[in-house]
Design a protein around this ligand. Structure first.
Ligand code: ZN
Length: 161
């Protein structure tokens, strides 16, 4: 396991589309481990591979002490709407409100290549959407309203993903 450098807004890699994973090998499982370690080192709730400069469809999310390792994630169902503050480890010092589904269902492969289906509400739903967007070169600031450049308080700092 190793910490990886988090790319920041302005780095063109964040705007590229990540490629599907066709074979889950040591490079992919090492990537999952490094994403988790890097996410935890900065107190984030999610991190996507392009944020560490790897254009593969791999993300990790950790909410309520549960770690989700998602390979080739696809959001298959959405329901409702929420409008909450988000922040992004690749966009330091900003936050903004984004419309997201209140509930999402997401399918992905786990590190053993097994298809898994997860469902999330509230923060977990936001994190699934936010991280999946990263794989298509989309940052939350593209969708956010009222992006706030003021100091981010403790409550929202925990929402960095
Ligand atoms: Zn992000």
């Amino acid at each position: 396991m190793a910490l990886r450098n988090i790319r920041e807004e302005g780095d063109p890699i964040l705007r590229k589309t990540s490629r599907e994973v066709t074979e889950i090998n040591d490079r992919i499982t090492d990537l999952l481990d490094d994403l988790t370690e890097t996410m935890r080192s900065v107190g984030g709730v999610g991190l996507a591979a392009p944020q560490v400069g790897v254009l593969r469809r791999v993300v990790v999310v950790e909410v309520d002490d549960r770690l989700y390792e998602l390979i080739n994630p696809v959001i298959t169902e959405t329901e409702g709407d929420q409008y909450e503050l988000e922040a992004c480890l690749s966009v330091p010092g900003k936050q903004g409100r984004v419309h997201r589904p209140a509930h999402v269902k997401i399918e992905a492969l786990d590190r053993n290549g097994e298809k898994q289906v997860y469902e999330g509400d509230e923060l977990l739903a936001r994190a699934f959407c936010h991280e999946t967007d990263h794989l298509d070169g989309i940052l939350y600031i593209d969708k956010a309203e009222l992006v706030d450049y003021d100091d981010i308080d403790e409550e929202y700092e925990e929402d960095d993903n």
